[in-house]
Design a protein around this ligand. Sequence first.
Ligand code: FES
Length: 90
Amino acid sequence: MYVCMCHAVTEDQVKKAIDGGAGTPRQIARGCKAGTDCGSCVRRIQALLGEHGARPCPTARLAAKLGLAEPETPAAPAPEAAPVAPLRAA
Ligand code: FES
């Protein structure tokens, strides 16, 4: 499966980069350019880094430092929106 569409980088390529010692999205980008164009794949690359034992991203480290745990269960459904009164012509 492709992770980075801009540079046609697959998940396997990213995993190999991680196995080869890459620990940050920037280090992965050095090897295959993933994440260096539109950037929409960077969060997926960060997730792959986390899943494969690399160092967590700075945001995750900061959240851990501040005691803000990542939610482990899916968030509760949002409450239903209040009905909106129709606009009236003056
Ligand atoms: S999808 Fe990876 S840089 Fe655009």
